[in-house]
Design a protein. Structure first.
Length: 366
């Protein structure tokens, strides 16, 4: 574990803190958003999903730093977070004006897709409370210094929410490093989020600045190319076929430019249909690459959150074993299982993850 040099658990109140937006997901089930007459409701957010997976599946102590408009929808989101066991002490509650002109809570309409019909997501998050967060809104000296946090996780979705959130992310990762808190970052490039605040050029400027303070960088080939400026040779326009050797060469270039990266990881997904994917993952650490067990023709119920569940499993493996092979196997297995249930967040146990890692079958358990 020398590469990461984690703070002792006994010295910290939290194993991991996530910084990001949490939205209310409205899920039409097997139907379509455009024709739905009822929605099932979940909570979700790229950064939060990692904290929840680490708490609910793996039993670590986690919390989230975010903001909500103080109304019934915000309190519903808080209730979801409490059900997941994630700490709510660092939620900032913003006054609600009764309409949502100034501050509101983000909504995410997401349909799962099936067969040849791909998943569809429609975000409604303008002027959300979390998008108005800025540097100075959290007391990082208290959090990282007095209370103690072993690991901070945040990502490119939150950094892209507004003109103020990048400054908060940079402040958070800088302070985390000052106190010896390890930092992971999921690049999660979303062109639609960046287009109104400077586009690709701004995305690359912000993410390259954040990257200087990251220990564990997570992202796929598109993320590394768009956010950090490292192209992958031979990737087709639809991102359907990835030459793993070309990706490895790109990672080697990235870690030379950012020697602070102690580990990197990505999922390897080929979406044959919305409900059948080839699934695996690859990680780099201490000069070597590690591939997970492969899951060909994996049957998918709901792909949303699969990458976040990979990230939480990968982080759990690094935190508890220090073995990158174990970590990438934890991540791939957790992500695979998470996509067999609805909603953004994992519903599985550590025992189920470890059984799948060992090649366990789906035979009925009695």
């Amino acid at each position: 574990m020398a590469a990461l040099n984690l703070k002792p658990a006994a010295d910290c109140q939290y194993d991991l803190l996530s910084l990001g937006e949490i939205m209310l997901r409205l899920d039409p089930g097997e139907g379509r958003i455009r024709t739905a007459r009822h929605f099932r409701v979940w909570e979700g957010g790229g950064e939060y999903n990692v904290a929840r997976g680490l708490r609910r599946c793996f039993g670590l102590r986690t919390a989230v730093a975010t903001a909500f408009a103080d109304n019934e929808v915000g309190r519903l989101l808080e209730d979801f977070i409490l059900q997941g066991g994630v700490g709510t002490e660092f939620i900032r509650w913003m006054p609600f004006d009764g309409v949502g002109r100034e501050t509101r809570n983000g909504l995410n309409f997401t349909e799962r897709g099936f067969g040849v019909r791909g998943a569809v997501g429609v975000s409604d998050r303008g002027r959300s409370a979390a998008s108005q967060l800025r540097a100075g809104d959290f007391d990082w000296d208290h959090l990282f210094g007095k209370l103690g946090v072993r690991w901070l996780h945040t990502g490119g979705i939150f950094a892209a929410l507004s003109e103020t959130t990048p400054g908060l992310v940079i402040e958070a990762v800088t302070k985390a490093q000052q106190y010896g808190t390890r930092v992971s970052y999921d690049l999660n490039y979303r062109p639609s989020l960046w287009q109104a605040i400077g586009g690709l050029a701004r995305a690359r400027e912000v993410n390259r600045e954040i990257a200087r303070f990251v220990d564990v960088m997570i992202g796929n080939e598109e993320d590394f190319t768009a956010c950090l400026g490292f192209p992958v040779e031979g990737v087709d326009a639809q991102m359907l076929h990835l030459d793993v050797a070309a990706f490895q060469r790109m990672i080697q270039t990235a870690v030379r430019e950012f020697p602070n990266f102690k580990a990197t990881a990505t999922t390897l997904r080929v979406a044959k249909t919305a409900t059948v994917n080839d699934w695996a993952a690859i990680a780099w650490m201490e000069g070597r690459f590690y591939e997970s067990r492969r899951y060909p023709d994996l049957e998918i119920l709901d792909r949303v959150g699969g990458g976040d569940s990979f990230a939480s499993g990968f982080i759990y493996g690094l935190m508890t074993t220090g073995d990158p092979q174990q970590a990438v196997d934890y991540g791939a297995a957790h992500g695979a299982l998470a996509m067999t249930t609805p909603g953004d967040t994992s519903m599985v146990s550590r025992e189920e993850v470890e059984k799948l890692m060992k090649g366990g079958s789906a035979r009925v358990q009695r």
